[in-house]
Design a protein around this ligand. Structure first.
Ligand code: CUA
Length: 322
């Protein structure tokens, strides 16, 4: 435990997991420098306070205040000069690291990231969309990120970088992974009920393995029957985060046994859950909100191709044995 606290720069410690991006070393060195500086001054100041308290406490019938020296130019220059130099040093190193962390190299591999309550989706250069973030090792990767609804924040602790994802504008983050590993993409900005569940797998592969993965993943539903493909897509696009398929509760209604039944809407109307209803609810979720649920689902307009909508519908029908 103590050894764990003492290690620094890129290694796993009590405070941070092992750093696995090119700038992890710089970030960690600065972090631990400031950390140990704080520990040093905390101990020094508190130690001296306690020591003076004991040494100069009032004894016997000494007068309340004794004459003392009230000015020492050398001492004042020293205690102002040393902190000034330390602060300037922190600024210079911090500024250099910051510029490195916010400036993606020209040749970065670009992935679009989309955040919404409460899942991530990543669009690769060939148009393939997945809820998992796969990246090549040893090549700068740049994410261009946007949010469908509220403020989210992209965070993979091992990469030592974090960036807000903002509705109505694009933000970006970049990193260059140094070795293959698996981790988790976290949302680091409180975004509502399921904020803590807003996680996606992060997988860094060697370049050839990444290329093979992307090629295979992009054709994932070839040779699958629609229900099977729909079930997979249901996971991949994060539907399952809010809508259970086993009758359990959630942010949205469960899909177990719902197909073909009449539903009561929040505005007082009713309607049958059929193919058109599901399609409308995916593309325009607030049109017919089921009674008892909040209108919190974002639109998926433009994010599902027609054939993807049909396999999702086939899967939802299958849950009701239709
Ligand atoms: Cu998204 Cu917290």
């Amino acid at each position: 435990m103590i050894a764990n606290l003492l290690l620094a720069a890129g290694n796993a410690t009590f405070w941070l997991p092992e750093g696995k991006s090119t700038f992890a070393g710089e970030v960690d060195s600065l972090f631990y420098f400031i950390f140990w500086l704080c520990v040093f001054f905390f101990a020094l100041i508190l130690g001296m306070a306690v020591w003076f308290l004991l040494k100069y406490r009032r004894k016997g019938d000494e007068p309340v205040s004794l004459p003392s020296k009230h000015h020492d130019t050398t001492l004042e220059l020293v205690w102002s000069g040393i902190p000034l130099l330390i602060s300037l040093g922190i600024f210079v190193v911090g500024f250099r690291t910051y510029m490195d962390v916010v400036t993606p190299p020209e040749n970065s591999f670009e992935i679009q990231a989309n955040a919404q309550k409460w899942s991530w989706s990543f669009t690769y250069p060939n148009g393939y969309i997945d809820s998992e973030l796969h990246v090549p090792v040893g090549r700068p990767v740049k994410l261009t990120m946007s949010s469908q609804d509220v403020l989210h924040s992209f965070f993979v602790p091992e990469l030592r970088t974090k960036q807000d994802v903002i509705p109505g504008r694009y933000s970006r983050v970049w990193f260059n992974v140094t070795e293959p590993f698996e981790a988790t993409v976290f949302c680091a900005e409180y975004c509502g009920t399921n904020h803590s569940l807003m996680q996606s797998p992060f997988i860094a592969h060697p370049q050839e393995e990444f290329d093979a993965w992307l090629q295979k993943a992009s054709r994932w539903w070839e040779g699958m029957d629609p229900v099977e493909a729909g079930a997979l897509l249901y996971q991949k696009r994060g539907c399952v985060q809010c809508h259970s398929v086993d009758g359990g509760g959630g942010i949205g209604p469960t899909f177990l046994g719902g197909f073909g039944n009449r539903r009561q809407f929040a505005d007082g109307g009713t309607g049958v859950m059929d193919e058109n209803y599901i399609r409308e609810s995916i593309l325009n979720p607030r049109a017919k909100v089921v009674a008892g649920f909040d209108p919190v689902m974002p639109t998926f307009q433009g994010r599902f191709k027609e054939e993807e909508l049909s396999v999702i519908i086939a899967y939802l029908k299958s849950l009701s044995g239709k």
